[in-house]
Design a protein around this ligand. Structure first.
Ligand code: SF4
Length: 201
């Protein structure tokens, strides 16, 4: 609605103009307020979504993941690349990396896990609050990779902590890790209040 304000030069003219404007508002507002019984039901039908508490919680969890930085070798650089702006991991609900396990619910282990490092991996995992998940990134983390036969390398991190998603490659590219994150989403959404991580601890 276009409002035309007349030129006024005195306070009396301003009062008259304001009165005319108010009268024009009143004249255009004579139609009755729509009966809520007529439109409310249709509106409710369009805007109500039925779900379960389990599904709502799992949906919120999968879109709010706080990863823990656990880079051990060359794969870590691809993980760091994934966290940079070019790949925009926030699109997938992945928040900034945490340096404390107590503030994280996803441990991404990227690199060669030596037996000497194994107790530290387990200790950090134990310090993370439930529910929590683990991604094994790269051939070395998954199976020892090219160092599998070495006396000092753990031939698979699943011997130390339960793994939810494996991201193979040497090294896997950041896109592969993002795909692993979406696979983790698929797992989290199946979780329940009783068993949110669906992991065998
Ligand atoms: S999988 Fe390849 S890139 Fe990754 S830590 Fe092992 S050797 Fe390095």
């Amino acid at each position: 609605m276009e409002i035309i304000r007349p030129e006024v030069s005195t306070p009396q003219e301003a009062d008259i103009a304001e009165g005319q404007l108010i009268n024009s508002f009143i004249s255009q507002c004579t139609s009755p307020i729509p009966d809520p019984d007529k439109w409310l039901e249709e509106d409710l039908k369009r805007n109500i979504l039925l779900t379960t508490v389990d599904t709502a919680l799992a949906w919120a969890r999968q879109r709010s993941i706080f990863p823990l930085m656990f880079g051990l070798a060359c794969c870590a650089f691809e993980m760091i690349g994934m966290a940079a702006s070019r790949f925009d991991a926030a699109r997938f609900g992945l928040d900034i990396f945490r340096w404390s396990p107590r503030q994280a619910d996803l441990m991404i282990v990227a690199g060669t896990v030596t037996w000497k490092m194994a107790p530290a991996v387990r200790m950090v995992y134990d310090q993370m609050p439930e529910p929590k998940w683990v991604i094994a990134m790269g051939a070395c983390t998954i199976s020892g990779g090219t160092f599998r036969e070495s006396y000092s390398v753990c031939p698979g991190i699943n011997r130390i902590v339960p793994v939810d998603v494996y991201v193979p490659g040497c090294p896997p590219r950041p896109e592969s890790l993002l795909y692993g994150i979406t696979r983790l989403h698929a797992k989290i959404i199946k979780g329940t209040i009783d068993n949110p991580s669906l992991s065998l601890k």
